[in-house]
Design a protein around this ligand. Structure first.
Ligand code: FAD
Length: 336
């Protein structure tokens, strides 16, 4: 009664936000610029943090202009970091709300929401004899988490970035090369052009024998999956995507967010999460690529299309949809 309308835990949150038993949070303790548009954020997780496996990602909730936005970031620190802190490394993308906020405005002391680390882009228990890391742009992040975590006898990395100064972690990678812990080929796409996957035969002649972890833009990953499959070694390729592969789009429709009372026209290719956010509707979100289910929302009426498969879901009592990978398939009503 004394603390109403707040709860006693709300007061505890003020003095001890990272305590055991509180919602999992983290405190930003440092921000280290990596390149002109990327920075590593050092986070002290709360007591409930259960650790991570190299290559996994964490969902973080950040307040940007008063709105809590959730995004996924790969963990770039090793699992055995002595001080218990973790790092993520974020590349600011044009018009990106969270990435620009983290790279350019995040300040030590800021509290963020955290989820437990998750993801199956991880190293196996048994060490493979030969490893290939194939990365591009910010796709280097989960692999850096692996490189910092586990040493292998024979590791080759092919990394693509527009120019040398865009290569995140470049000096650390070159130190590993100098220590003979890594063989590295940098592809500078501004001068060399995009990596033609067939060039791997020259760059890494034994690529097909290597257990491979690849992360980068969809074009690179699609080409790699096709190439590994054509050569019958697809089980050696592990990929991590930062965005869903949108393969199917159809006709859109009028979308009603009945709780908020907003109605907008949407095309058949834009995820309903983006449609809602654009209309100013408070939408739950997570990985924004259909893997974490942080965005699920009841579909009250109408139909939506899964942009990855083309599958249509029609409204029925209790039907939930993933708004980050679903677009309007005719008029529909989303319970937000
Ligand atoms: C498993 C996983 C791990 C990830 N790890 C990292 C990481 O380690 N480092 C990192 O920088 N990012 C990572 N991401 C991407 C990250 O979650 C965000 O998508 C990214 O930071 C953009 O968010 P934003 O709020 O700045 O952009 P938004 O405001 O959401 O989008 C702005 C514009 O950019 C487009 N866009 C959104 N995401 C991307 C993208 N990834 N590439 C190109 N265009 C995009 C949108 O369609 C929109 O037009 C990861 C994503 C996943 C799913």
């Amino acid at each position: 009664m004394v603390t109403t309308p707040l709860l006693p835990s709300d007061y505890l949150d003020l003095v001890s936000p990272l305590r055991a038993g509180a919602d999992l949070r983290g405190r930003i303790e440092a921000v280290h610029p990596e390149t002109g548009d990327a920075a590593s954020i050092v986070i002290r997780p709360g007591r409930g943090w259960r650790g991570h496996a190299a290559g996994q990602y964490v969902r973080i909730g950040v307040d940007v202009d008063g709105v809590r936005l959730w995004r996924a970031y790969s963990i770039t620190s090793p699992t055995n970091r002595q001080d218990g802190r973790v790092t993520i490394t974020v590349k600011a993308i044009p018009d990106g709300k969270v990435s620009n906020h983290l790279v350019r405005e995040a300040k030590p002391g800021t509290l963020i929401q955290l989820d437990q680390a998750t993801g199956d882009f991880v190293l196996p228990q048994a060490k493979p004899a030969k490893v290939l890391y194939l990365t591009a742009g910010s796709g280097i992040t989960p692999v850096m988490g692996m490189l910092r975590d586990t040493e292998f006898d024979d590791v080759v990395m092919v990394h693509c970035a527009p120019q040398p100064h865009d290569v995140i972690f470049r000096s650390e990678l070159h130190d590993l090369v100098a220590d003979k812990k890594l063989r590295l080929t940098e592809v500078h796409t501004d001068t060399d052009g995009m990596l033609d996957i067939a060039r791997l035969d020259d760059l890494v002649p034994d690529w097909a024998e290597r257990e491979t972890w690849a992360c980068g833009p969809a074009g690179l990953l699609d080409a790699a999956e096709e190439h590994w499959t054509e050569h019958g070694v697809q089980e050696r390729l592990h990929t991590e995507r930062f965005r869903p592969s949108i393969v199917v789009a159809g006709d859109g429709g009028e979308v009603t967010f009945s709780t908020t009372g907003k109605t907008v026209d949407a095309d058949g290719a834009t995820p309903l999460l983006d449609v809602g956010e654009e209309a100013g509707v408070l939408m739950p979100s997570g990985c924004r690529m259909g893997i974490c289910f942080g965005c699920i929302t009841p579909l009250k009426a109408g139909a939506v299309r899964d942009l990855r498969t083309g599958e249509i879901t029609e409204a029925e009592p209790g039907v939930l949809i993933q708004t980050c990978v679903s677009a309007a398939a005719g008029p529909c009503d989303i319970e937000r």
